[in-house]
Design a protein around this ligand. Sequence first.
Ligand code: EPU
Length: 420
Amino acid sequence: MDRIVIEGGHRLKGEVTVSGAKNAALPLLAASILTAGRSTLRGVPALADVRTMCRLLALQGAAIEREGEHTLHVSTSAMRGFEAPYELVKTMRASVLVLGPLVARYGHARVSLPGGCAIGDRPIDQHLKGLEAMGAHIALRHGFVEARCRRLHGATIVCDLPTVTGTENLMMAAVLARGTTRIENAAREPEVSDLAAFLGRMGARLAGAGTPLITVEGVAELHACEHRIIPDRIEAGTLMVAAALTRGDVHLRNCRPEHLDAVIDKLREAGVAIDPAADGVRVHHRGELRAVDLTTQPFPGFPTDMQAQFMVLAARARGPSVVTETIFENRFMHVPELGRMGADIVVDGRVAVIRGGGRLMGTKVMATDLRASASLVLAGLCAEGRTDILRVYHLDRGYEHLDRKLRSLGARVRRARGGP
Ligand code: EPU
C-alpha cells in the first residue's frame, strides 16, 4: 500500500487549479439514472469515490465512457439492476444516493444499509422518512433498505435536520413524482445547488435550492444534458490552509470564494491574507498565525469537512483555540495522531481545546478518514523533519493528485510503496 512522505518546512508558492467537487460529482452521477439518455459531465475529479459510483452504476446497466481525465458520458438506457450491494456501500456511504433516483424512475430499489463509519453513526432515517411521505413502501430486510412504489407522489417533508445527501435523494425522487414536493429544512450546501442546476438542465422543475425550502414540481420524464461540476470547496480550503501554514503565496484557480465565506473569515481572523485573483483567489501569509475559535455548522456555517485541517492551523497559531464539532459525533480521530506530532490538544466530548504555538515534529502517522488524512498532510508540510502518512487510500478517495499539486507548489512530498 502507498504512503506519503513529506519533508516539512518548505514554503508553498505558485499557482494551482482546484479539481471538480467530489460531493457534487457523486449525486450528479446518481442523477443520471433519472433519464434514459446519455448525459455528459465535465470537471469530474479522478477519485476513488467517483470510480466506486461508476462501478455501482455499471452494475445496474449504465454504460460509462471516459473522455480525457475529467469528462464522463453516462448512458442509462439499458438499466437492469436496482441494487446497491453491501460490498460497494461499505466502501462508500454516498452509494445511498442511488436510492431516490431508482425508486423515482423504476419504482424499485434495494440498497444495503450503510452502517456506522469512522466519523459517526450517520443514519439515513431522513432519506427514508421523505421517501415514505412520497408514497414509497420501505422495508428493512437482511441489512438492506427495500423501497417500492408505483409512482411517487408529491409531499411536504420537514427534515428533522439539514442533511446533504438526504436533501439530494429527496430532490432526485421528487423530480419524477406526481405533483408538488416541498422539502423544508433542506440542506443549503453548494453541492445541493449544483445538483439542482443539473436537474434543471434535464428538464426538472424545481426552485429554492440553496435556501431551506426547495419546491419541486414533478414531471413525467427528463432528458439527458451536459453539465460542468462546481469546484471542490473543501480541496480549495485545504490548499488555503496549506499556504497559510507554510507562510506561502498561492494563487488558487477554479475556486469560488462565495462557497468558502466561513472558511475565509476564519483564515482572515488568523491573520491570513486572501485577495481576489483571476478565476479564484490569492492566499498569502507571513509572520505568526493567530488563534481562532470555531464551531462546525451546516452551510453557510463553517464546514465539518474543514475542521481537521483547521486544527493544524490552531496548533501552529499563537494562543489557545476552541473547536466545537456539532455535525458528527466522532470526528476527532486525527487528534491522537496530531498529538504524536507534538500538537497539544485536549478533547472533551464535542469540544477540543488546542494550545497553539508549539512545534510539530515529523513521524509516522496513520490516516483514519479522508479529512483526517488531509490534516496529517498539512501537519507534515509545516513539521520539522520527515512525516510518513500511512493508509493514503483515504486521501485518494477525495483529493485528486494532492501530492502532485503540493509538489508543483514547492512542497517536498512523494509517494512511496510500503506501509500497512
Ligand atoms: N443525519 C441523520 N439522519 C439522516 C441523515 C443525516 O441523523 O437521515 C445526521 C448525520 O448523522 C449528521 C448530520 O445529520 O449528524 C448531517 O449529515 P449529512 O446527512 O448532511 O451528511 P452526509 O450527507 O452523509 C455529506 C458529505 C460529507 C459531509 C457532510 C456534512 C457527501 C457525499 N458527503 O454527508 O462529506 O461531511 O455532508 O457536510 O456529500 C467528506 O467529503 O469527507 C464527507 C464526509
